[in-house]
Design a protein around this ligand. Structure first.
Ligand code: NOJ
Length: 534
């Protein structure tokens, strides 16, 4: 097997810092809290922690509105706390990846204050300003991702500014070389402090149509859809010239050794894979969200895995994501039983897995009424089920008050079941989801074929997905029963027999020998090491 990099072998774990661990009793997680939990992450077996934004911010979008790219919001700590975190993470061989939010700043960023000060200000062109349409309205039909038009009028200068998200999140003008240079320096600032890479927020948004032409209507837009679905985002995002911008970012990343560039991209597979760059000079890992949107059936999963695997360019490295802070939790999407099978899928597919904090204990969406919502999307477009608070609730560490997350009042409510669903309880139960995650991660580490072998689909028999991971040294078969009924006749490849390495059902004996056919219980997944029958 070819030599692999840490971000190819390893497993990423996303921490939403507000909700991971509070240490100063303000009900909001912080950097010292993450540091206090590093040993948990080491024991879990993950390799890299991606931390959602921790920079000074008015928190209109909970940190995705950055007011200073080179500082730490006091809510989370300070630069010394950050340096301690890096040092202690690295001492444990954990990598730290930061969230880089280059598409927009906060409207409270000093750059924007200067930009809006007057049309003549040297920073005017750092943002996207346009004259009103002839009728005085917005310059074009682009919509904000959080509802309403993406243009806000500034009466003082008589122009509109563009914001793909909140009006408190003005988009930077990436066509301006000064903006690019300033943002490159931000990357250098953090890499010099030891940061191992970046997850780049909405990287496919960075360039917009140079002529700001209207987006075409979306024929599938219908009642109950958010505003952003009214039009296809073909002019406002995913422009051909974005790739040169990303190649420049990658150039900066490559000035430092062993760093990773991950891009957040919600696009169909054929568009997504262009973000590797024509000559692999783009993102190392364009985030692949196929599993988030997939309907959970074996034929559908088999198809999308095959399509994705085939589309990743030669030399590009695949990756898989089950959940994040913008999406309903996996356990709520597919149910607790199938979440076990999903864990096995995530950790046996070809490509780097990214986990979302709390998914390893099966945390579910916590219902939050619209009137209690914090998320601006829910507030702007209430009642459509768009709010993202439910998947951002505090980590459930133990059965003590507030689940060991805080001694204060948690900024979001805890799940009702935290006294029974928590890390402490599950660490005591090998059969728990956490126990399964730990075993899967250990298995992935001990069997290089699982992180570096090829992928070969065998079949999607009924609702059983069967695939092989193969290398010169080893061949492993993964069979996942996605149905609530037992499946008794899953054939092994001719001429082979198998030994069960791990099942999602903890009472299945390890090393159980299987020949001819494999039987699976309802919602059972197994990993089987195959050998030639001799
Ligand atoms: C994507 C982030 O994941 C999301 O949380 C945020 O609201 C938008 N980008 C805007 O930055």
């Amino acid at each position: 097997m070819a030599q692999t990099q840490w971000w190819q072998r390893g497993i990423f774990y996303q921490v939403y810092p507000r909700s991971f661990q509070d240490t100063n009793d303000d009900g909001i997680g912080d950097l010292d809290g993450i540091r206090a939990r590093l040993d948990y992450l080491v024991a879990l077996g993950i390799d890299a922690v991606w931390i959602s934004p921790i920079f000074p911010s008015p928190m209109a979008d909970f940190g995705y509105d950055v007011a200073d790219y080179c500082g730490i919001d006091p809510m989370f700590g300070d630069l010394e706390a950050f340096d301690r975190l890096i040092e202690e993470a690295h001492a444990r061989r954990l990598k730290i990846v930061l969230d880089f939010v280059p598409n927009h700043t906060s409207d409270q960023h000093s750059w924007f204050a200067e930009s809006r000060a007057s049309r003549e200000n040297p920073r005017r062109d750092w943002y996207i300003w346009r004259d009103p349409a002839p009728d005085g309205g917005p310059p074009n039909n682009w919509m904000s991702n959080f509802g309403g038009p993406a243009w806000t009028y500034d009466p003082a200068s008589g122009q509109y500014y563009y914001h793909a998200f909140l009006n408190q999140q003005p988009d930077l003008n990436w066509r301006n070389p000064q903006v690019r240079a300033a943002m490159h320096d931000v990357l250098r600032f953090w890499m010099a402090r030891g940061v191992d890479g970046f997850r780049v927020d909405v990287i496919w948004h960075l360039m917009k149509d140079a002529d700001f032409r209207d987006n075409p209507p979306n024929p599938e837009y219908g009642p109950g859809d958010p505003d952003i679905r009214r039009f296809l985002q073909t002019r406002s995002t995913d422009q051909p010239d974005v790739h040169a911008i990303i190649a420049e970012l990658r150039g900066v990343i490559d000035e430092y050794e062993d760093r990773v560039l991950i891009g957040e991209i919600y696009l169909p597979i054929d568009r997504l894979v262009t973000y590797y760059g024509e000559n692999l000079e783009g993102a190392h890992l364009p985030f692949n969200f196929q599993l988030i949107h997939a309907s959970w059936s074996a034929p559908r999963l088999a198809e999308l895995i095959a399509d994705y695997d085939a589309a990743v360019p030669e030399g590009g490295w695949p990756n898989w994501v089950l959940g994040n802070h913008d999406q309903p939790r996996i356990a709520s999407r597919i149910g607790a039983r199938r979440a076990r099978v999903a864990a096995m899928l995530l950790l046996t597919l070809r490509g780097t897995p990214t986990m979302y904090y709390g998914d390893e204990i099966g945390m579910e969406n916590v219902p939050i009424a619209t009137e209690d919502a914090h998320d601006p999307w829910e507030k702007n477009e209430p009642g459509l089920g768009l709010g993202r608070d439910p998947e951002r609730t505090p980590m459930q560490w133990d059965a003590s008050p507030n689940a060991g997350f805080t001694n204060g009042r948690p900024w979001l409510p805890l799940a009702a079941d935290f006294t029974t669903r928590n890390v402490a309880v599950q660490l005591e139960q090998p059969a728990s989801l956490l126990g399964l995650y730990r075993e899967l991660i250990a298995l992935r580490r001990d069997h290089p074929v699982l992180h570096a072998g090829t992928y070969r689909k065998i079949t999607a028999l009924g609702d059983v997905l069967v695939f092989l991971r193969e290398s010169a040294e080893e061949c492993v078969l993964v069979a996942l029963n996605l149905a609530g009924t037992a499946q008794d006749d899953i054939p092994l490849p001719p001429g082979t027999y198998g030994r069960v390495l791990l099942s999602t059902e903890s009472d299945r004996p390890r090393q159980e020998r299987v020949e001819g056919h494999l039987s699976l219980r309802p919602n059972e997944g197994v990993i089987v090491s195959l050998d030639a029958r001799g």
